[in-house]
Structure formats: C-alpha cells, structure tokens
Design a protein around this ligand. Structure first.
Ligand SMILES: [Zn+2]
Length: 226
C-alpha cells in the first residue's frame, strides 16, 4: 500500500514548514540584538511556546517584562531594544523564566522566588559558553547560575559586569540628584551635599558618612527587571 502520510495528516507538513520558517524569521531578527549563536534557541522558544515577543522601545523603568496568556491572548514578553547584546539575551532568558515558572506554578509562587530562580538558572546555564559570552564574563555568569538563591533579578555583580558593554557604563555620582539612593561597590548610600569635588554620602546600613568622588561610577535603582 502506498504511503499517503501527507494526505492523512494534511496539515502536519505545512505546520512543520511554518515552524521552521517562523524560527528562521526570529533568528534573523534576533541576531542583531543578541550574541548571534544564541539567537536560534531563543527563536525556537518564541515559536514553540507561542510567545508574543516584542522588541520594545527603551523604557526607563524596566529592561523587560512578561505577561501571562489571558483572554485568549498568547503570553507576551518584551525586552528593551537598546540593551547591549549580552544584557538583551539575559533579560530575554529572565522573562522566559517567568513564563516557565507561570506554566509550572501559575500564580502560586513569588515572581522572583526560589521556584523562579531554579527555572531561570536552569534556562541560563546552557548559554554560559565562550561561543556566546566574552571570556571575562564567564566567571561572573558561572557564579550567577551556581548560586540560584543569590541570583536575584538585579544581581549587582552581573549588572555591573554587563554594564561594561553598554555605551554608557553606569552614572557619575555628580550626575544624580541629591537625596537619591545609589549603589557603589555593592553598597547602598544616600547622596547628600557637595564638598569641593566630592559628595557626602550616608551609608544606608549604618548611617555612617563618607566622601565619594563625583566621578565615581554608581548605579541608581531605576532600572529594575519586572
Ligand atoms: Zn522578573
């Protein structure tokens, strides 16, 4: 008897082709935004998990976000278009981990709780490779994925390492307003008044005051992953 596979399953061949074409389409778009060798896998996640993936215009308040499927709409992930390639990839994985966590636990767990951290680090691990990240980032990433409980969504060590690849790494202390809390060498301070070239800054943990140079590169907590 002749095989009429295509007749018995009239749509299977078409679907396979659509899937491949969709993955190729997304790979092509993503190679410009993230390390090229990571793009095919993220493209496959987008297609297979039926995600509405948005390369968003830059937002000041967040790097990316995730919205679960609702009212017949697919799950939605957005990532800011202006992130450097490494940050774009890590932010994408961060948001996909929200989807993975939602599929497994629905709304029963905290957004960045231990369940999410486990899923996130498991998803990130296969990407920790010299074919994707520069060599100097590997130790930071290995630390990041091997300490799931410490790998909060705003891991300061990783954020700082990633910021080195931005066109503008961090903010000068002189450029932020007074009475703003900032992070310098992983310690939180409140910026107070100026003294010549330096600023009096109060350490948040114990209220002790320090003089820090206006040219110190500091981080402000504006950019948070959601
Ligand atoms: Zn998040």
């Amino acid at each position: 008897m002749e095989s009429h596979g295509a007749d018995r399953h009239p749509f299977s061949g078409k679907n396979t082709m659509n899937r491949e074409a969709a993955i190729a389409h997304w790979t092509k778009r993503l190679v410009h935004k993230m390390p090229p060798s990571a793009a095919p896998l993220i493209a496959r996640w987008i297609v297979d998990l039926k995600v509405h993936f948005v390369i968003s215009k830059p937002r000041k308040t967040k790097l990316g976000d995730f919205m679960a499927a609702h009212n017949g709409k697919p799950p939605r992930i957005s990532v800011n278009s202006d992130l450097n390639p490494y940050n774009f990839l890590i932010t994408s994985i961060h948001e996909f981990a929200h989807l993975g966590c939602y599929l497994k636990h629905a709304n029963k767990v905290n957004p960045h709780g231990n369940e999410w951290k486990k899923i996130y680090t498991d998803m990130l691990k296969p990407f920790v490779s010299k074919s994707i990240f520069p060599e100097e980032l590997i130790p930071v990433l290995v630390y990041h994925v091997s300490n799931p409980l410490a790998s909060s969504c705003t891991c300061p060590k990783l954020s700082r390492a990633l910021a080195l690849y931005d066109n503008n790494p961090g903010t000068f202390l002189s450029d932020i307003s007074a009475k703003v809390i900032f992070t310098f060498h992983e310690v939180e301070y409140l910026k107070l008044e100026k003294r010549r070239t330096r600023y009096i800054c109060k350490r948040m943990s114990d209220g002790k005051k320090f003089l820090i140079s206006g040219r110190a590169l500091v981080e402000t907590p504006e950019l948070k992953l959601t």
